[in-house]
Ligand binder design. Structure first.
Ligand SMILES: [Zn+2]
Length: 450
C-alpha cells in the first residue's frame, strides 16, 4: 500500500488525565498536524511543517479544519442485538426474555448472522468506532460471521461463543451445555484467534446463566489460553445479583463466583460492575482485571450508575461500551453524553463518599475513556488508542461544526485555534451529537466510511 499523509488538527491522549496534575497534560494537540500511514500503521505523526518534507512521496489527504482523533474503542456490546436496539420498557432479566433471546435464536442461520454482521460493522464505522469487543450468541455461526466480516473490513475485533446453560434462564433451544461450550469455544479460538486483527474472548454470558460445570469449563479455557480475553457481565442489576448469590451460596459475592473459577485476571473485562462492594473493587484492582462501563445501557435498562471514581481509587482499569442493544446507541460520542450525565447525577444525588472532581467527565477524560483508556482496559495499548508510531492507523475525522447549533456554539473558532477550542468543540460533539460530526473513519489506514 502506498504512503499517505493525512493532514488536519490532531488530538490524542498520551496518558491518563485522571493521573495528571493538570489533566490537559494527558493530551497531545497539534493544530496543523499530519499522520503518515503505510501498510496500515502509523509511520510518523507531528507538525505538518516538519513531517511533510520528510515524506515527499506521500500522497496528502487534506482534512484541514477538521479534528482528527484515534478511532473509538468499544469494549462491550452485542452485535447480534443490532436489530432489537431501542426495545421498550423492560429491565435486564425481562428484557432478555422478551427481546434478546428470541432475536439471538435466529443466529443458528449463518445467512442471518452474515447479514447482521455486515450491517453492524458499517454502523460502527459510521460512528467512528474501529475496535470492538462483542458478544455473539450460543451458536458458532454467530462468531464465524462476526470474525469473517471483521477480517473483510480490517477492524480490530474481539468476540467469542456465548455460554449459557442454566435451566430456566434462557429458552431451552438457546441454551448450550458445558461440554458444547468448551468444544465450540476451542474450535473457534483455534480458527480465529490472532488471525488478522481477530482476538478471541472466552464469553460465559454471566454467572446468572451458567452452571458450576459451565464456569468450570470457562476456567479451563482461560487456563489453557492465557493470552485470550474473557468477557462477561458482573453486578448489572439488583435482581440479577440476588439470584447469582442464591445460585452460588458458597461465594461471598458476585465477583467471588468468577474468582472461584479462575476467570478474574488481566484481560478479564466485566460489563457494568455497578453494584460492586469496596472489597470487590479492591480485588478487581489487585487482579489487574477491567470493567466495561456502559452508561447508555445502564440508563436505558434502568440498571444503575457505575462509580468510576471508586474504580480509579482501587486502580481498576475501565473502558467504554455502548452495550447495544441494551444501550440505545451505537455511537461512542452519544455514549459519552450518557457517561457525563451518570457522573453528574452522582455528584448531585449520591450521598456516598465520592470524588466529585473525578466524576466530572471533561473533554480530555472523555476522549481518554473512548480511546486510550479503552485500549488499556483491553490490554491493547501497544497496538491502538493514540497516534504513537507503529500503532494501527485507526482514526476518525470529526466535523466539529456538524450541525447548525454546533457551528453556532463554536463562535467562529476552528479546532486548530487552541487546545481549549478543540476540547470545547469535542465536548460539544459529545453533548450535541449528530451523525454528521463523523466526516470519515479510517481503519488500518483504509477509509471505511465517509
Ligand atoms: Zn452486555
Amino acid at each position: 500500500m502506498s504512503k499517505v499523509a493525512v493532514r488536519g488538527t490532531l488530538l490524542d491522549c498520551i496518558s491518563n488525565p485522571w493521573d495528571c496534575a493538570q489533566e490537559k497534560q494527558a493530551l497531545r494537540f497539534i493544530p496543523d498536524g499530519v499522520l503518515v500511514v503505510e501498510d496500515g500503521k502509523i509511520v510518523e505523526s507531528g507538525a505538518s511543517s516538519e513531517i511533510l518534507v520528510k515524506h515527499p512521496e506521500a500522497q496528502v489527504e487534506d482534512f484541514s479544519g477538521y479534528l482528527i482523533v484515534p478511532g473509538f474503542v468499544d469494549v462491550h456490546l452485542h452485535y447480534a442485538q443490532t436489530r432489537i436496539i431501542g426495545s421498550f420498557g423492560r429491565q435486564l432479566l425481562e428484557w432478555l426474555q422478551t427481546y434478546t433471546f428470541p432475536e439471538e435464536l435466529k443466529f443458528t442461520s449463518k445467512d442471518y448472522a452474515d447479514e447482521v454482521a455486515a450491517v453492524f460493522f458499517q454502523e460502527m464505522f459510521k460512528n467512528g468506532t474501529t475496535t470492538v469487543q462483542s458478544f455473539a450468541t450460543t451458536h458458532p455461526n454467530s462468531v464465524v460471521a462476526f470474525f469473517e466480516e471483521a477480517r473483510r473490513q480490517g477492524a480490530l475485533a474481539l468476540c467469542g461463543l456465548t455460554g449459557i446453560d442454566r435451566e430456566g434462564t434462557a429458552p431451552d433451544a438457546y441454551r448450550d451445555t458445558p461440554q458444547g461450550f468448551y468444544d465450540g469455544s476451542k474450535e473457534l479460538l483455534e480458527r480465529f484467534h490472532q488471525v488478522d486483527r481477530c482476538l478471541y474472548s472466552i464469553a460465559p454470558r454471566f454467572a446468572f446463566g451458567s452452571t458450576h460445570e459451565q464456569l468450570k469449563m470457562a476456567g479451563r479455557l482461560a487456563e489453557e489460553h492465557p493470552d485470550c480475553w474473557i468477557q462477561t457481565h458482573l453486578s448489572e442489576n439488583p435482581a440479577e445479583v440476588a439470584s447469582v448469590l442464591e445460585f452460588f451460596p458458597d461465594c461471598q459475592d458476585y465477583l467471588g463466583v468468577y474468582e472461584k473459577y479462575g476467570l478474574v485476571r488481566k484481560r478479564f473485562v466485566a460489563g457494568h460492575s455497578i453494584y460492586l462492594s469496596e472489597d470487590e473493587f479492591r480485588r478487581m484492582g489487585d487482579a489487574d482485571a477491567s470493567v466495561a462501563f456502559c452508561p447508555a445501557s445502564n440508563l436505558f435498562l434502568g440498571s444503575g450508575f457505575f462509580q468510576w471514581d471508586r474504580a480509579n481509587h482501587f486502580g481498576v482499569r475501565w473502558g467504554l461500551g455502548c452495550d447495544s442493544g441494551g444501550g440505545n446507541t451505537l455511537s461512542a460520542l452519544r455514549t459519552l453524553d450518557d457517561a457525563y450525565k451518570v457522573g453528574m447525577l452522582q455528584v448531585v444525588t449520591s450521598d456516598r463518599e465520592k470524588d466529585e472532581e473525578s466524576l466530572r467527565l471533561s473533554a480530555s477524560k472523555a476522549l481518554y475513556a473512548a480511546t486510550l483508556g479503552s485500549a488499556r482496559c483491553l490490554d491493547l495499548e501497544q497496538e491502538i488508542g493514540n497516534f504513537e508510531k507503529g500503532k494501527w492507523a485507526d482514526f476518525v475525522i470529526l466535523d466539529t461544526g456538524g450541525s447548525s447549533v454546533l457551528e453556532f456554539r463554536k463562535n467562529g473558532a476552528r479546532p486548530s485555534d487552541s487546545l481549549e477550542d478543540a476540547c470545547h468543540q469535542f465536548f460539544g460533539m459529545m453533548m450535541l451529537w449528530v451523525p454528521e460530526v463523523i466526516r470519515a473513519t479510517f481503519c488500518k489506514g483504509r477509509r471505511v466510511f465517509g
